[in-house]
Design a protein around this ligand. Sequence first.
Ligand code: UTP
Length: 407
Amino acid sequence: MNRENAYKLLSSIGQEHVLRYFDELSEDQQKILLSQIEETDFSVLSRLSETQTDLKGTFSPLEAMQYTEIEKRKEEFYDVGIKTLKEGKVAALLLAGGMGTRLGADGPKGVYDIGITKPLYIFECLINNLMKVVKETGRWIHLFVMTSEKNHDATVQFFKEKDYFGYNEEMVTFFKQDMAPACDFNGKLYMEEKYRISTSPNGNAGWYSSMLRAGLGKKLIEEGIEWINIFAVDNVLQRMCDPYFIGATVLSDVAVGSKVVRKASPDEKVGVMCLEDGKPSIVEYYELSEEMMNAKDSNGDPAYNYGVILNYLFRVSDLESVADNKMPMHIVKKKIPYIDENGDQVSPEEPNGYKFEQLVLDMIKQLSSCLPYEVIRDKEFAPIKNLTGVDSVDTARILLQKNGIEI
Ligand code: UTP
């Protein structure tokens, strides 16, 4: 793209200020800016007007497969799960493109050391858990790691430095998720440098389209991968590629399996699995009406009782039906550092604009069927969102110790 084309494109969307400093940039910087303009999807800006029209459908309960049933059928599930894994039909996909702002650490969240008596990195905990399955099946599982432009190099470098924590390097594929531009409250793009538009990762639903754009669709076909288990970076008790979960999902013949935990209280702040207009969905805690909170199932248990923990097993053949442009855009007010008209760096104290994100929970809504699969909270859910307090390094350490993991 040359300057003239860039100007045409930007002026057609009222963003020509992006070229304000163009003449004072070095040749290299000009190239960086022009290629960023070419690669950026500016169409997200037009979704600013959609916020008020994000209508919800009619919610109804979706029964989860409860732990008692799982226990009864565990051999059957295990056999199918192990077979599917041994056939190489399952890949793991680590969502590590987030910014981890709440934790407040520099660099990727996974490089955070949560050890007490020895170093124990978040990435290391996850690899250790995946390694258990590899040992059980005697076969390496392809691990995809989604990073973002902001943390890609640091993530790859860290894995190399740590020798992949013993994982088979050839079975790890990193790819970058797409970025979305950030703007002020009037929809004007911010610049983070004179030669760079402010951007942030486009949300964790970006994994599938970003994977395809990175050319990995071919790999899935070549390797015969039929299921992808995506999981969040911050749950250090995360059990991915769990044979029981895989077996239950395969046997249930659903488009996606979702690990869920029983809610700690009816008003707990977690997204809950349900149906929305008859399709699988997740109702956010703030959307849960009093009536829904008190509703009971046929056993007299709360009908909306199972919270999601960001561990989903997607059937690859169903993913084609998921379209980016049909998913709601979450437009989030954030503090966005920027360059002002004088070219000075500004780090705002308060939110000063919008970031655009699509969330994986909205992918579920586009699929025809889902199995909520209950896991025991204390054994599989230790998220690290904050340094201290709820869902923090402190709470995760306690849970790791409770599960006999040396920290
Ligand atoms: P969170 O919603 O906790 O976001 O991500 P975050 O960016 O890690 O943390 P905060 O909100 O800034 O403190 C849940 C999971 O989704 C991934 C994260 O890396 C984490 O595994 N994620 C999130 C992405 O991969 N890309 C994104 O754009 C956003």
